[in-house]
Design a binder for this molecule. Structure first.
Ligand code: ADP
Ligand code: ASP
Ligand code: MG
Length: 845
């Protein structure tokens, strides 16, 4: 065991507490970053500090491409070499101006050496592993050198340790394997010669047993830091990066990822293994053996406590503070974080001849092992008909050959009928200690993926139940990650919304959404993002924060393709189109939107009352789980369709429906008493926004007829608009005018209405515009004279009323009644539908 060896070999100068830090490349991007690092170290309480450093940001990548360019014989490397050199020299000049000559000389000779090695590579023309590894690690020597000079200049007692003098590693299957006793012996020896209180150590680099410089693999400085924490017998290790600790997911893929206050070693290992770049997967091996606490913190926000990683499994609240009284309670969640690896491939071995044959799995994985292919994930159904595993895409070809060879005989006999490879795969890992024994985690994961339309290629869950891994198409990885992240309340449920037709209802809806947004976000983790607004002459595409400025957008033809592409953003899990237009063309798009996984919410009656073939196609397009909601098409904000649905879904049967479905016509006939012309009332209603943009849509009865068709179809009747007997209040002579001319000649309505009114009054009756769907299936809408005691005669203002006569409500019909027109109530009806869509997608409302 290494720590016995370490303890034996270490000659400790004293018992002063010692802390280890690691600063990543992002924390060492420029001179200002080095100053920040200096300030952090000076603020530490422990008198002894060991700082393990990465190369300055981007340096390792630059060195790798320099070496590649040199091997290719490309002359470009000299310009890049100079840029890298100048960047380092400038940083040193800035940080240690008075001591610059010495430091600069040291750096210059380092860069000269690099140039001669690159020139040698160019001559050789073949990559040589040793030369490449030694070049790759140079960045760490430069950054460590600059930092130690800078700290010394600031008056600290600071030394510089080139890890290659001390750290000896061999190469194992999982990467570098530390020779602990040799490394500890060398460090003890180094410490006996170097007694400074502070030490800056090069990360990433080491030496092989044969004495050649080597590196610990990309991002290996984290591992270096853990090794040196063990070797120096530090009390703690802090890894400083550019995020507030380990986040619940990669912030580049999930912008809403939140910092996790605690992680167990196991959780951190799973997340790191499955792609959380914030720590290198091997980092924790040395610290786990010692039980050393690790903290991940942000150099750019040193006041933030970051993430503490330790031995104990933690019950999770996902980083959210426990709710206080009166606050919306957020239940604890078993899932801590979600990570993703891409560039993978699925390898499948299939054949009936494998069923019940012992040793197939062993032979599969043995063959892969011998081919040097590491397996990321394994899944086998209990039928044993196929074995499937996920490997790195770069290993896929070798893996396929290895398996084809290993099962040559079975393939020839037909027992195994194929070995296949599917590339472009990503794997999502859902991780948390609390998942152990908690039912429902898998269901929630898969449900979230299904709702966002992501197909699952393979699934695996370790017996520890700490990790559920799901393979998906690489193109789906980001969306899948976001959807699952949102499903576990790690981030808000986000809906990307596009609104068409911001007229009176649309504008009211935008205002309602804007006003409700903060509360929905705070109390329900629901993030409604209006990202597109289209009118017939304008198109605004943007982000929710700018939505209020949609009116400033320049004129553009209503390009619904561009609109759709923007709304269905790759990075947002759910897309919704809200159609507040009165356009038949827009309704013509619904089926395509729904089929593409875009939910549709609308008060536009054209789809519901349009050709029944199109209506059926729209309904059929929801088979994939897309939601289509249109409550506000009948009775504005009143729960008319949902009431009918509830009746039908619980087994009731609609026998007849009757009512006043037009708030506009209700208002007109409630107000009309013959004392002033009907046309004056129509103008008033138009100005109040009670009518459709063209009042003939109301007066012609078509709007009411459409509502009747929608209700009839909801109840299963195959009614067409043409089947409804419609009585129009618009005289023949006014029907073909344009809207403006019609408004000018509105008083031509007055004579006929006045006559009908007088006749009804003579019988003690009132006029009402009524819609009827009879038991015989007959549908009609028109002006009728009702006894003054009739229920429909006592409505107020724009009230709608719908009477459902059903098997259960036969003698005494069920009545839904209330305000049925006006932008605010209609918008509220649409908004309620939008929230129902969100709830169906998993938002807790
Ligand atoms: P450093 O130079 O500090 O070592 P790296 O480039 O190696 O930084 O990796 C840090 C980056 O990893 C972060 O800036 C972040 O974008 C990304 N990352 C991926 N997954 C996570 C996660 N779960 N938590 C935090 N950061 C993550
Ligand atoms: N500089 C190395 C790399 O970029 C090691 C590290 O930063 O951790 O991979
Ligand atoms: Mg890193």
């Amino acid at each position: 065991m290494f720590h016995a060896a370490v303890a034996e070999a270490l000659v400790r100068a004293d018992d002063v507490p010692l802390a280890t830090h690691k600063f990543g490349g992002s924390s060492l991007a420029d001179a200002a970053c080095f100053r920040r690092v200096g300030a952090i170290l000076r603020a530490q309480p422990a008198p002894r500090q060991v700082a393990v450093v990465s190369a300055m940001r981007g340096t390792t990548d630059a060195l790798i491409s320099l070496a590649e360019a040199a091997v290719r014989g490309s002359p470009d490397w000299r310009a890049d070499w100079r840029r890298l050199r100048d960047r380092h020299l400038d940083t040193a000049r800035d940080l240690v101006p008075d001591d610059a000559a010495d430091a600069l000389q040291w750096l210059e000779s380092g860069f000269d050496q690099l140039a001669s090695r690159l020139a040698a590579l160019a001559v050789l023309g073949t990559p040589n592993r040793e030369a490449l590894e030694s070049i790759q690690g140079l960045g760490e020597t430069w950054s460590a050198h600059i930092l130690s000079r800078f700290l010394a200049r600031q008056g600290t007692d600071c030394g510089f340790l080139d890890a290659r003098e001390v750290l000896v590693v061999g190469h194992g299957e999982l990467g570098a394997v530390v020779d602990w006793s040799e490394s500890a012996r060398r460090l003890a020896e180094w410490r006996s010669r170097n007694t400074q209180h502070w030490t800056v150590v090069t990360g990433f680099v080491a030496r092989t047993r044969a004495g050649h410089p080597t590196v610990l693999g990309r991002n290996g400085s984290d591992y270096s830091a853990a090794i040196f924490a063990a070797l120096f017998e530090a009390r703690e290790l802090t890894i400083w990066g550019d995020t507030d600790g380990v986040l619940s997911a990669d912030p580049r893929l999930v912008p809403d990822a939140t910092p996790l206050p605690h992680l167990s070693y196991d959780e951190a290992c799973e997340l790191a293994y499955f792609g959380a770049k914030v720590i290198h997967p091997q980092t924790l091996t040395p610290v786990i053996a010692r039980g050393l606490p690790v903290r991940i913190r942000n150099t750019f926000n040193p006041d933030h406590p970051g993430t503490a990683i330790g031995a104990t499994p933690s019950s999770s609240t996902n980083g959210r503070p426990a709710a206080t009284a009166g606050e919306h309670r957020v239940p604890p969640m078993p899932v801590k974080g979600i990570s993703a690896v891409q560039d993978l491939a699925i390898l499948t071995l299939e054949g009936a001849g494998m069923i019940g044959v012992p040793g197939t799995a062993e032979r599969t994985f043995g063959a892969l092992h011998r081919a040097g292919v590491s397996v990321v994930m394994i899944s086998q159904g209990s039928s044993e008909h196929s074995i499937c595993c996920v490997v790195r895409e770069t290993d896929a070809a070798a893996a396929e050959i290895a398996l084809t060879r290993a099962f040559e005989a079975e393939i020839a006999r037909g027992d195994i009928h194929r070995v296949s490879v599917a590339g472009d795969i990503g794997v999502l890992a859902v991780v948390g200690d609390g998942m152990t024994g908690t039912p429902g985690v898998a269901a929630r994961t898969f449900g979230a993926l299904a709702r966002t339309g992501v197909n699952i290629r393979a699934i695996a869950q370790g017996a520890s139940e700490r990790n559920i891994s799901v393979a998906v198409a690489r193109a789906d990885t980001a969306r899948a990650l976001r959807a699952v992240h949102a499903a576990f309340w790690l981030s808000p449920q986000t809906l990307s919304i596009g609104l068409i037709g911001p007229g009176k209802v649309g504008a009211a809806l935008l205002a309602q959404i804007e006003a409700a947004r903060p509360r929905l976000l705070r109390d329900h983790q629901l993030d409604l993002r209006v990202r597109a607004v289209a009118t017939s002459s304008r198109l605004w595409l943007g982000e929710a924060r700018d939505a209020a400025r949609w009116r400033e957008s320049s004129d553009a033809a209503c390009d619904l393709d561009a609109f759709t592409r923007h709304v269905q953003a790759e990075h947002l899990p759910h897309a919704v189109v809200i159609d507040c237009s009165a356009s038949d063309t827009v309704a013509g798009r619904y089926a395509d939107w729904l089929a593409a996984g875009i939910h549709v919410v609308t008060p536009n009656k054209h789809a519901g009352a349009g050709p029944s073939g199109r209506w059926r196609a729209i309904r059929a397009a929801t088979a994939n789980g897309s939601r289509f909601r249109y409550e506000a098409t009948v009775g504005a904000g009143l729960p008319v369709i949902s009431t009918l649905r509830d009746l039908l879904d619980t087994g009731d049967e609609l026998l007849a429906a009757e009512g006043i479905f037009s708030g506009t016509l209700a208002w007109l006939f409630n107000r009309y008493d013959g004392s002033s012309p009907f046309s004056r009332l129509v103008r008033e209603a138009h100005a109040l926004g009670y009518t459709e943009p063209d009042p003939r849509d109301d007066l012609s009865g078509i709007d009411v007829a459409r509502k009747l068709v929608i209700l009839a179809r909801e109840a299963g009747a195959g009614l067409e608009l043409d089947d409804v007997a419609v009585e129009s209040l618009v005289p023949e002579s006014l029907r073909r005018l344009d809207a403006e001319a019609f408004m000018q000649r509105l008083d031509e309505l007055d004579g006929a209405i006045a006559a009908r009114f007088a006749a009804a009054r003579a019988e003690g009756k009132v006029l009402r515009y009524v819609a009827r769907l009879g038991e015989d299936g007959e549908a009609s809408v028109g002006l009728v004279a009702l006894p003054s005691g009739h229920a429909f005669a006592h409505l107020r203002l724009t009230d709608n009323v719908v009477q459902f006569t059903t098997r259960r409500y036969r003698d005494n019909p069920l009545v839904v009644q209330g305000p049925g027109a006006g932008p605010e109530v209609t918008a509220a009806g649409v908004f309620a539908d939008l929230l129902r869509v969100a709830a169906a997608l998993g938002a807790r409302l």
